[in-house]
Design a protein around this ligand. Structure first.
Ligand code: NAP
Length: 248
């Protein structure tokens, strides 16, 4: 098991899976830079920081920014470097949104919002963090994708396209950056109970029925998978999918 010399940046870390990932990586020994976008999430990051400081003694730095915008990604990485220094050990690209609508009904701005948040944000963050990781010749990047990036779901066409794109980024970047000491993996969750899916509560029973083990996912299952791919030295370029057997 490897523990990187440096801290972890988690995008969209204030709630849902992102918050569980921050807790898990702190338990694994990392200081955290926790990105958020909504002003209402600032208090959540502060509460998370207090909890993590008390439980694990690690720092959590709040970094506001809309990661679908390159300039905001620059701001997030600069905040990280200014507060915790240049040793970035881990990057988790977790921020994401979905719009449930048929493609034929989506406006160009909705399409761009989904693509920019779920795909371009990950590309931007990798672009900005890689030079630091290259300098230390080590680092681990984890992209949170989706079972939608392994199959496809109606009314989520752009979301699925973006998540397939992130899996492609994972594989290509693993080959490109591997010789310079960087591992890149994706964790592709199945149906997990968070704010994102609470919007779609009527679907819970059908997802449960589609799981051979009759389970819906909790954010902690995904955080454990992130911890695994971050720490297992032999793992790169892989998409691992804790999904309760939704996709077999
Ligand atoms: P969530 O509870 O809705 O949380 C989404 C997070 O993303 C929030 O922390 C939000 O920040 C952040 N975010 C959204 N747009 C952002 C932007 N432009 N810049 C910065 N942060 C932004 O969702 P979740 O279920 O935890 O999802 C986490 C990841 O898992 C996403 O990539 C999602 O696509 C993926 N996923 C989810 C499921 C599922 O069943 N839930 C399944 C497969 C994959 P604020 O708190 O500041 O608003």
């Amino acid at each position: 098991m490897v523990k990187y010399d440096g801290y972890a940046i988690v995008t969209g870390g204030a709630r849902g899976m992102g918050a569980a990932i921050c807790r898990q990586l702190a338990a694994d020994g990392y200081d955290i830079v926790c990105n958020y976008i909504s002003t209402s999430s600032k208090a959540k990051v502060e509460a998370l920081a207090a909890e993590i400081r008390e439980k694990y003694g690690h720092k959590v730095i709040a970094a506001q920014g809309d990661v679908s915008r390159f300039e905001d990604c620059q701001k997030v990485v600069q905040t990280a470097v200014d507060t915790l220094g240049e040793k970035i050990g881990v990057l988790v690209n977790n921020a994401g949104i979905t719009v449930r609508a048929e493609l034929a009904d989506m406006s160009q701005s909705e399409i761009l919002r989904v693509m920019n948040t779920n795909l371009m944000a990950g590309i931007y963050m990798c672009r900005l963090v890689l030079p630091y990781m290259y300098r230390q010749n080590s680092g681990s990047i984890v992209n949170i994708t989706s079972v939608g990036g392994m199959t496809g779901f109606p009314r989520q066409t752009t979301y699925c396209a973006a998540k397939w794109g992130m899996n492609g980024l994972t594989k290509a970047l693993a080959k490109e950056a591997g010789p310079r000491g960087i591992r890149v993996n994706a964790v592709a969750p199945g149906f997990i109970v968070t704010d994102m899916t609470l919007e779609n509560k009527p679907a819970f029973d059908s997802y449960k029925a589609a799981s051979p083990i009759g389970m819906l996912g909790e954010p902690e299952y995904i955080a454990e998978a992130v911890s695994y791919v971050v720490s297992v030295e032999f793992m790169t370029g892989q998409v691992i999918s804790p999904n309760g057997g939704l996709v077999i």
